[in-house]
Design a protein around this ligand. Structure first.
Ligand code: HEC
Length: 133
């Protein structure tokens, strides 16, 4: 293939990513994913592990307090999800797990960067943001 063909393909690929990132329709997990149960109890130990992972890998975008306003969130559209505002009540742990595994647009896929266990710990931690005690 000639060099300009490669360039054309590159531009098409970038275009697709841009369109994808701007897609604002709801991000919906499949029904089976929603039903998936969290195998790890939200014990103090699990929440603490989740907190460490969150602060290292997620807070940059989702914010230390879970408000979606981390330092890297400014240029993003759609914005990183705000985990406060009863977020945990609206979405099941299974949905969280599926989305963290898949990723979408600016939201990275953590299928390879976190073990399944680590993903469940981080979900136990995220759930704390929307609980008011
Ligand atoms: C580079 C920025 C960035 C990082 C880092 C990041 N996220 Fe996200 N996250 C996003 C964005 C942007 C969205 C919204 C994506 C969309 O709707 O298309 C999102 C969406 C989500 C959602 C879906 C929420 C919903 O209601 O649909 C979950 C769950 C989530 N992130 C968890 C995490 C976790 C856990 C981590 C760390 C392990 C993390 N994110 C790291 C940017 C990020």
């Amino acid at each position: 293939m000639k060099i300009h063909h490669w360039l054309l393909m590159l531009f098409l690929a970038i275009g697709a990513v841009v369109v994808f990132a701007h897609e604002k329709t709801g991000w919906i997990a499949p029904a089976e994913a929603k039903k998936m149960k969290n195998p790890i109890k939200a014990t103090k130990v699990s929440i603490q592990k989740g907190k460490e992972i969150y602060e290292m890998k997620c807070a940059l975008c989702h914010g230390n307090t879970g408000d979606g306003k981390g330092p890297a969130s400014a240029g993003l559209d759609p914005k990183p999800t705000n985990f406060k505002e009863s977020h945990g009540e609206k979405m099941t742990d299974g949905e969280h797990f599926w989305k963290i595994t898949q990723g979408r647009g600016a939201m990275p896929s953590y299928e390879k960067n976190l073990t399944a266990e680590e993903r469940w710990h981080v979900i136990n931690y995220i759930n704390r943001f929307s609980k008011h005690e």
